[in-house]
Design a binder for this molecule. Sequence first.
Ligand code: ATP
Length: 275
Amino acid sequence: MTPALPALRADGLSVEYSKHAVLSDLELEIPTGQITTLVGPNGSGKSTLLKALARIQPLSTGSVTLNGSDIHRMKTREVARSLGILPQSPLAPEGITVADLVRRGRHPHGRSLGRGAAGDTDAVAQALDVTGTAEFAGRPVDSLSGGQRQRVWIAMVLAQTTPILLLDEPTTFLDIAHQIEVLELLASLKHDHGKTVLLVLHDLEQAAAYSDRIVALKAGEIAAVGPPNDVVTESFVADVFGLASRVIHDPDTGAPLILPRGRARPGPATAPNPL
Ligand SMILES: Nc1ncnc2c1ncn2[C@@H]1O[C@H](COP(=O)(O)OP(=O)(O)OP(=O)(O)O)[C@@H](O)[C@H]1O
């Protein structure tokens, strides 16, 4: 049996902003049907990589392959039917209602809005239901709390019913119970529907608990890739985040748990100040 094609693949991918390199020559595969999470310090390039993989961010060199095809040669609608993205700070049109915003997720499926094709109505209802946002359907998005709004954006991405989901910090603004609910939802979309999920998360423990693979970025380069228990170690946390820690393991699941011990202090680079 030939191995499944990766859902997404980056070859020699570099991105620069105003001639300043932000991602440098990355080689990466996002396996089909798995949850992969990008982690790394602020400014390490996670959002830029997510956008580059979704064709939103132009590349300075390299290529991105979506299900075996060069994404830059594909029709926009074809890309949109394969891949749904939740950016870091999405903006809703002023005054739009929750139901209308979520319905916009159906755009790539080609029917004009408001015609209520059965598939569209089902997808929107299901997305509202699984994200617990049906009760807000008639309200303007800008009248919701940050966490409610975040769940509505997730609903919009789910309504697209794409096989690949790219989500930049989907748990931002959510309380702990809703964070876990979103991660459980993504896990069930993988298990029950075979979805491929690529996430950006800041919480390393949640990333480890819910991901098949972690990809760590540091200053625009890949610092580590692999299963959570191989990647999340004390030396990893010190090297990538500059944080001294103890890493223990959840007695029930075996997932790594990080006990912070303060900023990692490198050995003295210069002679101590005599004062
Ligand atoms: N539009 C832009 N123009 C210029 N520089 C940018 C732009 N967007 C991002 N950058 C810079 O690129 C680098 C990577 O940013 P990016 O948002 O990808 O990082 P990140 O890892 O997602 O960060 P965070 O964890 O803070 O969200 C940062 O130094 C950032 O300042």
